[in-house]
Design a protein around this ligand. Sequence first.
Ligand SMILES: [Zn+2]
Length: 280
Amino acid sequence: MIKKRGSIAHHEFLTNLKGAVSNGATFTDTHAHIHFSPLLDELPEVISRAADNGVNRIVTIGIDLADSKKAKAVSDKYENVFFSVGVHPHDSSNFTLAQLSEFDKLLADPKAIAIGEIGLDYFRDHSPHDKQKEVFLTFLDMAITHNKPVVIHNRDAGKDCIEVMDSMIKGRENNGIIHCYDGDRDVLRWALDKGFYISYAGPLTYSKTDDLKDTLKYVPIDRIFIETDCPYLTPTPFRGKTNEPANVVYTANQICHLINCNLTELAVQLENNYTRLFRL
Ligand SMILES: [Zn+2]
């Protein structure tokens, strides 16, 4: 476990990472918002720091129509940046059906690899639950029409999330990702059963997240994803700083520590999972 920047454990990890990367290990930050400020203002540096850590692919995630367009613009500029389009539950009040044709246009881009982030958030409750569910259903329908995986945001709404998704995805494979998985056991059981991937973010590296860490023993290695959700959720030992894709390796390291595998093996497995889900 790396608790402090510059500690012996941190140095050991950096040496280990360097070795893995020079042996060809690569990582994907499967959920970033690099088109958000302040990352957008220093993108070349952000992308080069990611490459230094072997993070050679980034998926930047849209949260509403205007924002999904910004995600596409960044993906247009950088070959190794892909994007998703969607409406975050916080922003569902601003969604209108008139926007659908614009989303369809964005999805014509081959680098638009997923629909999301979409889902339900009853913790912050920025939009009424009925509106959140309605928008969630609309985008699940879009995912089925366009045959794309979904990126699911769930906060304190596991039961309703399952109910809404169950009504839509019957028998579908390659369903998508439970983004920033929070440790909800019912969601985990359901998601694994339905062929979802479970994505772990920075909180896996925090102290006092033993329940979340414990869930790793139930998730087969071929169903794990890693992400930063940057600029938020900075992993230890960089908490307090702006998060960025380079830091996804700290979540990878924590997984290695918890399931007892080496970084190169994990990297190969995670990249395979990415390729399988997105049929690349
Ligand atoms: Zn996000």
